[in-house]
Design a protein around this ligand. Structure first.
Ligand SMILES: [Zn+2]
Length: 331
């Protein structure tokens, strides 16, 4: 995973009545004979091996444009099956809001020269770089449900677009640390809600995901053996950990500065858990190693133990946090 080419060319020859879509920009559509055409695609950024893909289908292609805060134009390309063109034209308008919120928190969309694309696929979704697979059937939430009823956004567009920043631009070097992709992408969902619906709505969105936290396995797996996290705690529990750290810092402008800095430090490159801990300490003067380790390297949650003391002269409560890490600094 840590070995990314700095660019890529992809050539796909298909029957001439079909469209072949891949990562990056289409540079040429070359007629081979009366029956076949070759599509030449070019990726101008580093790319993960699992992000390289292609789609072949009877696609209808339509375009839109996003204007950045600095009025720079980003190409939005959509490839959908022809009978979905009308609904897709309406549904994909929400991409503007997603890009706007993420730009605010992290900076411009990372793969500007390659453009942003959604491509209809027969599966739910996948964050293929600059060619996101879309299969949420033009519904709100996750196939029409899963997110609180008060929200109408498409979960797949939101989550997979967040991966363009976390996962595709900033990548981990070992599958053991996939939380860097999934926890930050899931946390960005909450920030999108906070940006457009307010802080209390974001807390409701976060609360709604708590039911999926399992605490059965550590989020960080074994290094060097392609050991991916065992369950979905890398999404929700990891996002909750980031929320917890934000509460502990108790200074939103500092927290958002840390988030943006962590992203910028590793844009188009790689980041580790230790990089995040180091940045937290540099920015806050506090060692967050135990907190991060407790939530990522152990399955169990820290436990609050307390004792009520009643004596003739006074009464009180003594308490402590019980954790797997050596110092209990959770207060
Ligand atoms: Zn994901």
């Amino acid at each position: 995973m840590s070995d990314e080419p700095d660019s890529m060319h992809i050539h796909l020859t298909v029957p001439s009545d079909l469209y072949a879509v891949s990562n990056g920009q289409l540079v040429q559509r070359e007629r081979i004979d009366g029956l076949h055409v070759t599509y030449h695609w070019s990726v101008q950024y580093p790319i993960n091996n699992y992000n390289v893909t292609f789609y072949i289908g009877a696609y209808e292609h339509f375009q839109d444009q996003y204007l950045s805060q600095e009025s720079k134009k980003l190409d939005l390309d959509y490839y959908v099956l022809d009978y979905n063109t009308t609904i897709a034209r309406e549904h994909f308008k929400q991409v503007h809001k997603v890009l706007e919120a993420f730009e605010k928190y992290l900076g411009p969309y990372p793969f500007w020269k390659d453009g942003y694309a959604l491509v209809e696929a027969p599966y739910l979704g996948m964050e293929h770089q600059s060619a996101i697979a879309y299969g949420n059937k033009y519904l709100r939430g996750y196939l029409g449900g899963r997110i609180p009823a008060e929200f109408d956004f498409d979960f797949i567009i939101l989550h997979e677009t967040a991966h363009e920043y976390w996962g595709n631009s900033v990548s981990c070097t070992d599958l053991a640390e996939m939380w860097i992709h999934e926890s930050f992408a899931t946390y960005m969902e909450n920030l999108f809600v906070e940006y457009f619906y307010g802080k209390s709505a974001a807390l409701r969105y976060l609360q709604s995901s708590r039911q999926y936290i399992q605490n059965k396995f550590p989020i960080i797996g074994q290094f060097g053996v392609n050991d991916e996290p065992a369950d979905s705690d890398q999404y929700y529990k990891g996002a909750w950990m980031l929320h917890t750290i934000r509460q502990k810092i108790n200074n939103d402008s500092l927290w958002f500065d840390i988030l943006k800095q962590f992203y910028k430090n590793h844009e188009y490159g790689f980041a580790s858990t230790q990089d995040f801990v180091n940045l937290l300490e540099a920015k806050t003067g506090t060692d967050y190693c135990d907190i991060v380790n407790q939530y990522l390297k152990y399955a169990t949650l820290p436990e609050l133990e307390y004792k009520i003391i009643q004596k003739s002269e006074y009464s009180g409560v003594s308490f402590r946090w019980k954790s797997n890490t050596k110092n209990s600094t959770y207060l």
